[in-house]
Design a protein around this ligand. Structure first.
Ligand code: EPZ
Length: 425
């Protein structure tokens, strides 16, 4: 069993290069199912969720190859034909984003069987809106033996309004509508940069999409899509996590190859807490942690609001800030497992429904802690960087799902962090 061992108390200093966005690369990979020509994706992060989706594509009968060079990572995917249209439980249960193959499979191959994902550490995560939207486009869906079976003749364009904003729901329907017959209007759609990135890729493949980045997407279906080459946008959550690392260690970091324009809400909030953040051109940020952090309330929102995927990291900072911060989670209302681990390190956090009340600053002391999900594990690394003594983070596989070599990147800027292997208890 691998764990991360962090010894706290060192200010971070230096440069970190930000990788490609996992949550943009995943839908881009699924989009490759829409054509028989190769789709070449650059700046794909080397994280476990990407390998999991590659495995799933392989199960479906799709070819892929991964190349790593100085300029980054390139993934080529070609879905010439399909062996079978089934996304098995064993893969879907390890990564809910597997559901992204549903829309493309139905649109191009007229059939999909995707396991329902089941429980999740961050709260309820139904896919009812994905299914409702696909039905609106003419598919039939039914649940059999834990799988969603969707079938259609050629999908037909339609107007669909999401009851609530869903990122992968929007991605799924955007991909499906690209090959539908006629025009589709998606209302109350997600505006996340990862959706805009997907729309850009689909457009290169020949799709006709307008309104990307707004809440209304208009898609004029085409009968065939072609291959394309596309560079995945930088990971705004990885970059935000390293901003928080500078803040919590009173360090000084330069983040390269990031997109500050995708990070406005995080930059603004961190500035309120006292972090000194300079935007250096289109792709770089400089951040200095203050001597004293200031408490500030936070509510998570869909983009362009403050991302739920940065809430746990924000909580780590709030434990070290002067005053009381009320953190309200509106996207995944139970996404507070990290709070319970931070309590064990000496934080003062009270949970009240969908809010966490954090009183700071409290000195943190290293402890053995358990990562419950990807961003929770990142927040525990941050807490460990600020704590006195050793923090041992268990279930580190969660962090490997979405952070490319976090211990290497942090070590390079002066953190004392390493991966340790222990025999199972
Ligand atoms: C995406 O998940 C991200 N995953 C998540 O990142 C992120 O936390 C989330 O969006 C919110 O920003 C990927 O992009 C691969 P949603 P997704 O559908 O699409 C409810 C990370 O750490 N909902 O936007 O699954 C749902 O329960 C991960 O990288 C329905 O009710 O999230 C939630 O409350 C974790 N019915 C809200 O909508 C549906 O059919 C938003 O979920 C779909 C969603």
């Amino acid at each position: 069993m691998e764990k991360l061992l962090v010894v706290g108390g060192r200010p971070l200093e230096g440069k970190i290069v930000i990788g490609g966005a996992k949550n943009a690369a995943l839908p881009a990979m699924a989009a490759a199912l829409l054509t028989d020509e190769p789709v070449i994706l650059e700046n794909v992060p080397r994280v476990r969720d990407i390998s999991t989706l590659r495995l799933l594509l392989e199960e479906l009968g799709v070819d892929s190859s991964f190349q790593h060079n100085a300029k980054g990572n390139r993934l080529t995917i070609q879905a010439r034909k399909l062996r079978q249209p089934r996304a098995p439980y064993e893969l879907v249960k390890t990564m809910r984003a597997s559901v992204l193959v549903l829309g493309p499979l139905v649109a191009r191959f007229r059939r999909a069987e995707v396991s329902l994902p089941g429980g999740c550490a961050i709260g309820e995560r139904p896919i009812n809106l994905h299914l409702k939207g696909l039905r609106k486009l003419g598919a039939t869906t039914r649940i059999v033996h834990g799988y969603v079976e969707a079938r259609a003749k050629r999908l037909k364009g339609a107007r669909f309004r999401f009851d609530r904003i869903s990122v992968t729901g929007t991605a799924n329907l955007l991909m499906a509508a690209a090959l539908a017959d006629g025009e589709t209007l998606l209302e109350n759609a997600a505006c996340e940069p990862e959706i805009t990135d997907l729309a850009e890729l689909l457009t290169k493949m020949g799709a006709r999409i307008s309104g990307a980045g707004t809440e209304t997407l208009r898609i004029k279906g085409v009968s065939r899509l072609r291959g394309a080459r596309h560079r995945i946008i930088p990971d705004r959550i990885e970059a935000g996590t390293y901003l928080a690392a500078a803040g919590i260690t009173r360090g000084h970091l330069i983040l390269q190859r990031c997109r500050p324009d995708h990070m406005r809400a995080v930059i603004e909030k961190f500035r309120e807490m006292g972090l000194e953040i300079k935007i250096r051109g289109r792709t770089s940020l400089e951040v200095k942690g203050p001597r004293r952090l200031q408490a500030s309330d936070l509510t998570t929102r869909e983009y362009p609001g403050f991302a739920t995927d940065m809430q746990a990291q924000y909580m780590a900072l709030a434990t070290q800030a002067d005053g009381t911060s009320v953190i309200t989670e509106t996207i995944f209302e139970k996404r507070f497992m990290h709070a319970l681990e931070m309590l064990r390190m000496g934080a003062d956090v009270t949970l009240e429904g969908r809010s966490a009340i954090v009183r700071g600053p409290t000195p943190l002391s290293g402890a053995k802690v358990l990562a419950s999900d990807l961003r929770a594990s990142a927040s525990l690394v941050l807490a460990g960087l600020a704590a006195q003594g050793e923090t041992l983070i268990d279930r580190v596989y969660h962090i490997d799902r979405g952070y490319d070599r976090i211990e290497e990147k942090l070590s390079q800027v002066g953190a004392k962090i390493r991966r340790v292997s222990t025999s199972p208890a």
